[in-house]
Design a protein around this ligand. Structure first.
Ligand code: ATP
Length: 373
């Protein structure tokens, strides 16, 4: 038995001009974020970018220095943690070891003096949501990591929150279990219609689960978009480098004719990107830029005597690794600069280390950035 999806606005979060100072450190800088009801949102970014601080302010464990956090039009700032229709699942599941599964899940409801019959029904409902009904009488020590994780989830869901906050909840699980839980969690979220705000520093996890990803760095939002948007159209070089593997090459704008751009890189290679813009700003002659090309957008061919074509660079193979579905080549292109190329297993030819090759790509695959990150 699953509760009906919540009405369309109950889980709608509206965060405006949010700021958080810890003494001299500003963890969140003037942040605006609109989260739709029933959306699966991930906060993704490197350690220290402020994602946990943002989550803790939504939960109420931390008070903002400035700004507002509204849930369905009601300002949460100043509202005590237990009054908010928001629950958190933490990294450490923190199940009570001396209580069995049922007692763990019922604990909060007992504290708030919920009638016994209702507690029984809601614990049953929460256990069924996470498919753990048959484990009701076990103690946490008798459960695997993944099962403990599900109980922690049930303990949060038993409160029927409008918003569920998840702070790296799967970081203790091994890779395979983690991938299974990702699928399960996403299906559960869609079934319940609860807004999920999921904190992670694991980009694959964010890409796999989220409706939208909020990429954060240095207390600020760098980009908000679907997995595909942040991967294929990163807003700046930070996002491009953080989401997926990315090769960066420094270059100078050398020619600008009829919308065709010529870039000269340190090793004299001409690069012709598809557009005459960097982060949406027109390029100018002499400008220093960074060119970003994904490893899977590059090809390799054996070095020969032919004149160097645009969108290619000579390199030497430093290492070859088999990654399963792809073969990864690490190449040196001079001055110690490394380029990573990934070729689908079926198309990969065997190339030895120290082999001289030409690395090629399509001009359209090269993205130009003029920012500093
Ligand atoms: P991680 O992935 O490592 O948990 P994060 O992105 O969640 O990182 P936060 O924990 O939100 O980052 O921290 C953001 C910044 O605020 C960091 O510079 C951190 O040192 C600082 N910070 C967080 N909490 C406090 C605190 N209680 N007192 C002082 N500084 C803090």
């Amino acid at each position: 038995t699953i509760t009906a999806a919540a009405p369309a606005t109950t889980g709608e979060l509206s965060i405006r001009s949010l700021r958080k100072d810890f003494g001299a450190v500003t963890a969140i800088k003037d942040l605006d974020l609109e989260i739709k009801a029933g959306e699966f949102i991930s906060l993704l970014g490197p350690s220290g970018c402020g994602k946990t601080t943002l989550l803790r302010m939504i939960a109420g464990f931390e008070a903002p220095t400035e700004g507002s956090i509204e849930l369905a039009g009601v300002d949460l700032v100043g509202m005590p943690v237990h009054k908010r229709p928001v629950n958190t699942v933490f990294q450490a599941y923190a199940l009570f070891p001396h209580m069995n599964v049922t007692e763990n899940i019922a604990y909060g409801l007992k504290q708030s003096k919920t009638p016994k019959k209702e507690i029984g029904e809601r614990v049953h409902e929460a256990l069924s949501m996470v498919r753990m009904l048959e484990f009701a009488d076990r103690s946490p020590a008798q459960l695997s990591g993944g099962q403990q994780q599900r109980i922690a989830l049930a303990r949060a869901l038993v409160n029927r929150p409008d918003v569920l906050l998840l702070d790296e909840p799967m970081s203790a699980l091994d890779r395979k279990l983690r991938e299974e839980m990702q699928v399960e969690l996403k299906l559960l979220q869609k079934r319940l219609g609860i807004t999920f705000v999921f904190v992670t520093h694991d980009q694959e996890e964010a890409l796999a689960m989220s409706d939208r990803i909020v990429v954060m760095y240095d207390g600020k939002i760098q980009q908000i978009g679907s997995a595909q948007e942040v991967y294929t159209s990163p807003a700046n070089s930070f996002v491009g480098g953080f989401i997926g593997k990315q090769n960066f090459v420094d270059a100078t704008v050398e020619s600008l004719k009829d919308g065709a751009v010529g870039l000269r890189s340190v090793n004299q290679t001409l690069i012709h990107p598809a557009g005459g813009e960097a982060n949406g700003i027109p390029l100018v002659l002499g400008q220093q830029v960074q060119v970003a090309i994904r490893p899977e957008s590059m090809r390799l061919r054996l070095a020969d005597e032919s004149a160097q074509a645009p969108n290619s660079v000579p390199g030497r193979i430093a290492s070859v690794s088999f990654l399963g579905d792809t073969v990864q080549y690490v190449l040196l292109i001079g001055a110690g600069k490394e380029i990573i190329v990934r070729i689908p297993q079926a198309q990969a030819v065997q190339l030895p280390t120290d082999q001289d090759v030409i690395i090629e790509w399509d001009g359209a695959a090269a993205k130009v950035y003029a920012d500093e990150s």
